[in-house]
Design a protein around this ligand. Structure first.
Ligand code: SF4
Ligand code: ZN
Ligand code: ZN
Length: 311
């Protein structure tokens, strides 16, 4: 099959036609840069940090954020941040890929770890915490990683935190929240996360918001980003995996389903945000008294989990 724009061989067929390697790369980059501009994800003086994992999405987000800042002659350079959870045979591999990538592209990299912050790697902390609380590895990992990313982004003086979430990820979360009636959580989604500026949170932005999983995978492949295709040993067959499967089947049968979910969600998102803003504010403390990180309770969930290690 030929490219719709030139004589070369097509590498992908999208809804509006087929594209060759170069025209696909142009299309993909254009889409990412238009997202950044349309939703004003990055301002001239922003200090942008990319929360990286070494996977295809975060390497693509990192590469294109750097390209965007350079193309626009913005004064600050991009930095990368990775959390080493301490998962044997998994994170060590993706960490090596990220180190190499950052070296090649001259990007400063910060590595924070569960070991340093909480005293143990996830592989050791999980069995101990699980005994007393029954918590699964992903519950612990998610809470600690979220906290460390925010903490270290602040230490780096970052004003924006890029994540590699793509259109597939976002459409899954939208549907999951809808099925579970989590409208307050949905209000925090969108190309720029959160409802309003908060001094203790670095705002998260998603430049790959309109890029599908398939497009992102192809882009990373064509750009020859070195990516390990290893899976975390703790990954389980989750609710999310079922929603992903369902949406993939719908997309196959009715192309454009995922984009439809995203676009209709973006239509109602301002209303969801407004509703959250109009809710009466609670007088609860908003920072944890142990670690000073944002928390709705006196002691945050991350510190509570850390306490379990001392039992
Ligand atoms: Fe952490 Fe679970 Fe993801 Fe593994 S699958 S990295 S344990 S959240
Ligand atoms: Zn072409
Ligand atoms: Zn805390």
């Amino acid at each position: 099959m030929k490219c719709n724009k030139c004589e070369h061989k097509a590498v992908i067929t999208l809804q509006h036609g087929s594209l060759c390697k170069q025209h696909f790369i142009n299309y993909f980059e254009d889409k990412v840069f238009k997202t950044i501009n349309k939703y004003q994800l990055i301002q001239r003086n922003d200090k942008v940090c990319v929360a990286a994992s070494g996977g295809k999405d975060s390497l693509t987000a990192l590469y294109l954020t750097q390209k965007y800042l350079k193309q626009n002659n913005y004064p600050n350079q991009v930095t990368a941040l990775i959390i080493n959870e301490g998962i044997n045979n998994y994170r060590d591999k993706t960490l090596d890929d990220l180190k190499q990538f950052c070296n090649e592209h001259n990007i400063p990299l910060t590595i924070a770890s569960f070991q340093e912050e909480y005293g143990k790697p996830l592989d050791e902390a999980y069995p101990i915490i699980n005994k007393t609380t029954g918590k699964k590895p992903c519950n612990i990992c998610g809470v600690w990683r979220r906290q460390l990313i925010n903490k270290h982004a602040k230490l780096l003086n970052a004003t924006k935190l890029v994540t590699g979430h793509n259109l597939d990820d976002e459409s899954q979360v939208i549907v999951m929240n809808m099925f579970k009636a989590n409208t307050s959580i949905s209000a925090k989604l969108g190309p720029i996360s959160g409802i309003e500026e908060h001094q203790d949170f670095v705002r998260r932005i998603k430049p790959l918001y309109f890029c599908t999983e398939k497009e992102t995978r192809l882009y990373a492949l064509l750009k020859k980003f070195k990516v390990e295709f290893t899976e975390c040993p703790y990954v389980t067959h989750s609710y999310r995996a079922e929603v992903r499967e369902m949406l993939n089947q719908m997309e196959e049968k009715y192309p454009g389903t995922k984009t439809g979910i995203i676009n209709s969600f973006l239509d109602i998102l301002p209303l969801l945000k407004e509703r959250e803003l109009n809710k009466p504010k609670t007088s609860k403390p908003n920072v944890c008294k142990c670690c000073q990180e944002p928390s709705k309770q006196e002691i945050c969930n991350a510190c509570k989990l850390k306490e379990e290690l001392k039992c």
